[in-house]
Ligand binder design. Structure first.
Ligand SMILES: [Zn+2]
Length: 266
């Protein structure tokens, strides 16, 4: 685990999966505000830090475990508010509606009562505007600090050239959300898996152009009758590591499907 600062922002980073060092997670803390919490299964990595940090507010970018997993622990051990988008609520509730036997131990550890994002979160020195940005998930939010021109992007960016997607992802929504954030006057982006990206605007522009290209190509081939497997072979012939380490939860085929699904309603 590494801890360092970028301007006033404390950065806590470690490999998300113990068996694969190249895919990192970045958690940000600034002025009493923690942005995302890290996953429950990496609790030992963050616990010492969370115990000593004077966290007053927690901003959750979306419901995935690497972002929200430690929210339950934080709500039980610290005096703080946890903010989420209203679309995150069903994902939290889901845990509450589990059969009672599963609610003990680890499952119970995930529960907390969130506060729905107000128009802005205020800390002692800054303000953070939550901006709804679906695409990766239907509850995704980025946090924009207009005076410092910081943008905390959760999983909206990750890379400008993604080759895999999860079944919850929509490329059309990604494009719309990325275009929406381009209307904000930000400079640096703080990504949950890439860290600090100082040429953030350029990278987001690149990603929009790339996703539009891919969406067009995949949709055209799909309409011409190519199967998903054939399109994958043509567009992404090489294996992608993220596909094997997530056991196919993220895959090239799902990326292709996410490209054309909004076009023909399938
Ligand atoms: Zn995610």
């Amino acid at each position: 685990m590494e801890i360092y600062y970028h301007e006033e922002i404390k950065i806590i980073t470690f490999p998300l999966l113990p068996f694969y060092q190249d895919f990192a997670l970045y958690i940000y803390y600034v002025d009493g505000l923690l942005i995302d919490t890290g996953p429950r299964f990496r609790k030992s990595k963050v616990l010492a830090e969370y115990k000593k940090l004077p966290i007053k507010q927690v901003a959750i970018t979306h419901h995935h475990d690497d972002h929200m997993g430690m929210a339950g622990w934080l709500s039980r051990h610290k005096d703080l508010e946890i903010y989420t988008h209203e679309n995150t609520l069903p994902h939290i509730k889901k845990q509450k509606h589990l059969p009672w036997i599963y609610r003990f131990g680890r499952k119970l550890a995930g529960q907390f009562d969130p506060v729905i994002y107000p128009e802005k979160l205020t800390t002692k020195h800054y303000e953070f505007i939550p901006v709804y940005t679906p695409g990766h998930t239907d509850d995704h939010v980025v946090l924009y600090e207009p005076h410092k021109k910081w943008l905390f992007t959760g999983d909206l960016y990750i890379t400008s050239h993604p080759k895999v997607a999860h079944r919850s992802e929509s490329i059309q929504q990604y494009i719309e959300s990325l275009e929406k954030i381009m209307t904000l006057d930000f400079e640096t982006i703080f990504c949950a898996h890439e860290g600090v990206v100082t040429d953030g605007r350029e990278k987001i522009k690149e990603k929009i152009a790339y996703l539009k290209r891919m969406k067009k190509a995949a949709t055209e081939m799909h309409r011409e009758g190519f199967t998903d497997e054939e399109i994958v072979k043509i567009i992404f012939p090489r294996q992608v590591i993220l596909e094997s380490i997530t056991f196919g939860a993220f895959s090239r085929k799902k990326f292709i499907q996410a490209c054309y699904q909004d076009e023909d309603g399938t």
